[in-house]
Design a protein around this ligand. Structure first.
Ligand code: NAD
Length: 370
């Protein structure tokens, strides 16, 4: 199979979808790998390293799409890439379709097979290709929050860990999955007073065990959310219903009850955000203020730490890439149910229930297409 890796064109996105070691593995199996010039530079990988691993370097972005059977990316295609996708192509990347009707419609029109990293899901509900980026975004969330709590950025001017004689900041995390747990670890390590809410008591039990009761856990009902939001200096949104739009937990009315200069880091922004007031921002202009609360809503947070994120992502995606390349996508999804859950759109049909539901569009079970 011909596997193509274009350079990411999303603003300040420095990750790349394959490392030289991944190229070597694919080439040894008899596949051809083409990589756009300078695609790996932002993550610290030169064209020479890719060539030594057996890749062919291609000058033009569009040529990668035209030549490859399987296109590996990190972020969703941007409008200038829509026309480069067509029937017969397989796209494997993060898509977060429930957050964008325009992208969904364009991928339907392309007739390409679109497999989303974030909905690849094992039988026990684990999201193996979302988890590595959630671990990173979760660990970054308190770090970003701590920065924007500083007065020069418009924050409350409070140090996350406090100092002897002065209490630490209150960090409230909604969602106790991968993002939430990792955010709790870092916030706790920085000395903050941490509260975690989730609708799933098992997730809260794990947090309670792990932190030996030193992190407060609360069931995420409306009453508790209302209570916790009022005392948060830093609120971290970390909820997910796989494939679906994020539930809008923090309404504008609730936001108004927060302390002035508090910070909201809405990590769930890639699925639309869990606050009514959230819209996506970029690394170069990451924050804005609504109702006196600083919002940090960057949809590709791990893009800021590409040397860590590219390695973490690709070590998890490579086994699936190999499987698609070896078997073709149809046999691969027939034999691997986790990968089958990743197929969001194929031949112009939506094959993921939650994506169809998000836009009230027809859903076609994948089995009808393979
Ligand atoms: N902005 C970024 O750069 C970035 C990076 C990685 C992940 N993310 C996003 O972060 C979000 C969380 O990802 P994750 O890997 O932690 O997911 P996860 O599935 O591991 O955890 C999500 C948690 O949310 C809980 N939840 C669902 N609905 C809830 C509700 N109404 N109230 C409270 N809790 C609720 C679930 O029980 C679960 O524990 C996702 O939207 C993901 O795409 C964003």
């Amino acid at each position: 199979m011909i596997i193509g890796v274009p350079k990411e064109i999303k603003p300040e996105e420095n990750r790349v979808a394959i490392v030289p070691g991944g190229v070597e593995t694919l080439v040894k199996k008899g596949h051809k790998v083409i990589i756009e010039k300078n695609a790996g530079i932002g993550s610290g990988f030169s064209d020479e390293e890719y060539m030594r691993a057996g890749a062919q370097i291609v000058d033009k972005h569009e040529d990668v799409f035209y030549e490859a059977d399987l296109i590996l990316k990190v972020k969703e295609p941007l409008p200038e890439e829509y026309k480069l996708l067509s029937e017969g192509k397989i796209l494997f990347t993060y898509l977060h379709l429930a957050a964008s009707e325009d992208l969904t419609n364009n991928l339907i029109n392309s007739k390409a097979v679109c497999i989303a990293y974030e909905t690849v899901q094992t039988d026990d509900g684990f999201l193996p290709l979302l988890a590595p980026m959630s671990e990173i975004a979760g660990r970054m969330a308190p770090q970003e929050g701590a920065k924007y709590l500083e007065k020069p950025y418009g924050g409350r001017g409070i140090l996350l860990g406090g100092v002897p004689g002065v209490p630490p900041a209150n960090v409230v995390i909604i969602g106790a999955g991968n993002v939430g747990f990792n955010a709790a670890r870092i916030a706790f390590g920085m000395g903050a007073s941490v509260t975690v809410l989730d609708i799933n008591p098992r997730k809260l039990r794990f947090i309670d065990d792990y932190f030996q009761g030193k992190v407060i856990t609360m069931i995420a009902d409306e009453y508790n959310i209302r209570m916790a939001i009022v005392y948060a200096d830093l609120l971290i949104g970390a909820v997910l219903v796989p494939g679906a739009k994020a539930p809008k937990i923090v309404t504008r009315e609730l936001l108004k009850t927060m302390k002035s200069g508090a910070v909201l880091v809405d990590v769930a922004i890639d699925q639309g955000g869990c606050a009514e007031t959230s819209y996506p921002t970029t690394h170069s202009n990451p924050i804005y203020e609504e109702e006196g609360v600083i919002h940090y809503t960057v949809a590709n947070m791990p893009g800021a730490v590409p040397r860590t994120a590219t390695r973490a992502l690709t070590l998890n995606t490579l086994p699936y890439v190999l499987e698609i390349a070896e078997k073709g996508w149809k046999r691969a999804v027939l034999e691997n149910k986790s990968l089958a859950r990743g197929v969001n759109i194929a031949y112009g049909k939506i094959t993921h229930k939650e994506v169809a539901k998000a836009f009230n569009l027809p859903y076609t079970p994948l089995e009808e297409l393979i």
